[in-house]
Design a protein. Structure first.
Length: 192
């Protein structure tokens, strides 16, 4: 069984019957009578709730293998979000609340990895950056003493983000899913 010293970001572990994804793990050697520890930042696979945990360096941890299947987002009815496997047409429903803030980036037809444990869908793996279309923008505002000028933009999915003044309605932009921040203009798709 792996030890806490071997924990890496992305690994899924079972602690007290609950599944957690490792976000970060820092190991520190002990000195004298103090043993070394691994300090891990974890996120619940089921609820998305963050948690911190300290392990002894030599402490055995139960690493869990998740099965990933690429599935297509169909729709959300408020409490549940539905996904379908594009080849087998198998459908699964996940609690929309457990998807967290990233669920606002779901759009019909979007393909995402869905992770399964013991045959049951438990979470969706969102990309770090998504593309969205700007629906409308406000006038740029410039605060005195600030070098950067930004303006409010509403995206086609209803999410509001700050964008540079050169972004116009109808443009495609890339947005950081977790921070909800503008990253860059999306590159035009090449045809031919």
């Amino acid at each position: 069984m792996p030890t806490a010293l071997e924990l890496r970001p992305g690994t899924v572990v079972r602690l007290e019957g609950e599944l957690y994804r490792v976000i970060a793990a820092d190991s520190h050697a002990g000195g004298g009578k103090m043993g070394g520890v691994t300090h891990a930042k974890l996120r619940s696979v089921r609820t998305g709730t963050p948690r911190e945990w300290r392990f002894r360096l030599d402490q055995a941890v139960e690493v869990v293998e998740m099965e990933r299947r690429t599935m297509q987002f169909l729709y959300s009815d408020g409490s549940l979000s539905y996904f379908m496997h594009p080849e087998t047409f198998e459908q699964v429903a996940l609690d929309s609340e457990s998807l967290g803030a990233a669920s606002r980036w779901l759009s019909e037809g979007l393909r995402l990895p869905v992770e399964f444990f013991e045959g049951r869908a438990v979470c969706v793996v969102f990309p770090d950056v998504v593309e969205a279309t700007v629906a409308e923008t406000a006038e740029p505002s410039h605060a005195q003493g600030v070098d950067h000028v930004w303006k409010q933009a509403r995206l086609d999915n209803g999410v509001d983000v700050l964008v540079p003044p050169f972004i116009a309605p109808g443009e495609h932009i890339r947005v950081d899913v977790h921070a909800g921040r503008y990253v860059e203009r999306a590159r035009a798709a090449k045809h031919g």
